[in-house]
Design a protein around this ligand. Structure first.
Ligand code: AMP
Length: 430
């Protein structure tokens, strides 16, 4: 027996159906917004993340899977995908075409060395979008509404959108100065992590999970009081547009997000169940004004993006029964040879599969009731049954396992018969 690496998890067969369902819905919504799929490597050079996610973030400081490859280069298993997508957009020279914006969606695994708990893993999957080459609050609204519609399409009802602005560079400079002054004589009362954050990036103190309820944090200066005219206008446009789209939100002045590349609007989606419990954010994102420049693109190129954690979506959807009647794990046909006719059974399967029917077969010499049990367990719609007699006459037996209706069909006509099964049924009843 080998153990799983701590913080990783197998996705069992039944669970995998749920992951596929969630990903398909998210991709469908992404396509209605004209986002195009990007696939980037899981492994990137470490400095991509130190430059973009930022070396003051917890992710870069404590959570990255970083190692030297055999040539001594420092590489990292991606802790998120935005940096890689930004790198890929810049490397591909798409931005040089000036056909802005570039709209990307992605899905895939990420790695963070966090303390594992329910909904928090060291390998987990994200789905996200990036819209690059834009500097319009309306694009921010498009991204925020995209996330909201995704959650609606998955069936969620109790969604809370938290939103804040981190302002532009000028805003943040003034704000950080004021935060530093405010915390300088209070920092000794906060946790060890906050003490460290005070020196590295004072903004992160606002995001502390340990001291979140402390009055010191609650009474800290608020960024809204520091916003430049431009940032204020942009934020107001976003809020107004969300009102028009009837997307409810809550302004949370302490929402700063854990990645250094954000500026201006940031947001998170939370879900609250009837009993008030929450798994933390199920998704989050924001605007970025320096990231593209940091990874080698034009300095004035901005963007907006968001990511959902697929594990958290699946856990919450399970809790809320949102997968009910959504996952079809049935097969069309189960082929059941009675006697040593495995070769004929495979031929029939082959014919059905080439015609687009999903089909499985019993090749293990079972009796008919054992095979019916297998067919039922595999959730087959039809059983095709044949033995010596049927092969002689060229007609095999069929049974609709949902309705119990049964009869005979010529082997050569099986495909067209199944294609028209419902029509045949009506004819029969008439
Ligand atoms: P972030 O990239 O930190 O903005 O995270 C985006 C989303 O990914 C979060 O809202 C979570 O749903 C999910 N997520 C982040 N970290 C983890 C983790 N360690 N395990 C599972 N999901 C995660």
């Amino acid at each position: 027996m080998f153990n799983l690496v701590k913080g990783t998890h197998d996705i069992s067969v039944d669970e995998a159906d749920k992951y596929t369902y969630v990903e398909q819905i998210l991709i469908q919504v992404a396509e209605t917004f004209n986002f195009k799929e990007f696939r980037t490597p899981i492994l990137e050079y470490t400095n991509l993340f130190t430059r973009s996610v930022g070396d003051s973030s917890d992710i870069v400081r404590k959570e990255m899977y970083t190692f030297l490859d055999k040539a001594g280069r420092s590489v990292t298993l991606r802790p998120e995908l935005t940096a890689g997508i930004a790198r890929s957009i810049v490397n591909s020279k798409m931005l040089a075409l000036q056909d802005y914006p570039v709209k990307a969606y992605y899905v895939g695994p990420c790695f963070r060395y966090e303390r594992p708990q329910l909904g928090r893993y060291r390998q987990f999957n994200q789905f996200g979008i990036e819209c690059v080459g834009v500097n319009s609050p309306y694009r921010d609204v498009e991204a925020i509404s995209f996330g909201y519609y995704c959650l609606k399409m998955l069936g969620f009802k109790n969604i809370k959108l938290k939103i804040n602005t981190l302002g532009d560079n000028e805003t943040r400079e003034n704000y950080l100065k004021s935060l530093r002054e405010y915390f300088s004589d209070k920092i000794e009362y906060l946790c060890e992590d906050c003490k460290e954050r005070f020196n590295i990036n004072v903004l992160r103190i606002l995001d502390c999970k340990i001291d979140a309820e402390s009055d010191i944090i609650k009474n800290a200066p608020k960024i809204v009081d520091f916003l430049s005219e431009n940032s204020k206008n942009n934020f107001n446009i976003i809020l107004k547009e969300l009102d028009k789209l009837e997307i409810p939100y809550e302004i949370d002045n302490n929402l700063v997000r854990g990645l250094d590349y954000y500026s201006d609007v940031v947001f998170e989606y939370h879900h609250f169940s009837e009993n008030g419990s929450s798994l933390g954010a199920i998704g989050g994102g924001g605007h970025y004004n320096k990231l593209i420049g940091e990874v080698g693109g034009p300095k004035d190129c901005e963007g907006v993006g968001l990511a959902f954690g697929i594990e958290r979506l699946v856990i919450l959807m399970d809790n809320e029964n949102l997968f009910e009647n959504k996952i079809d794990n049935s097969i069309d046909v189960y082929v059941m040879p009675i006697g040593p006719y495995q070769d004929r059974a495979l031929e029939i399967c082959n014919m059905l599969r080439l015609n687009g029917f999903s089909c499985d077969v019993c090749l293990e010499n079972k009796n008919i009731s054992q095979m019916i049990k297998k067919a039922t367990k595999r959730n087959a719609k039809y059983a095709l049954i044949f033995g010596e007699d049927e092969i002689k006459t060229g007609k095999i037996k069929f049974k609709n396992l949902k309705t119990g209706i049964q009869g005979e069909v010529e082997i050569d006509n099986v495909v067209s018969f199944l294609d028209n099964f419902d029509a045949n049924l009506i004819n029969k009843e008439n």
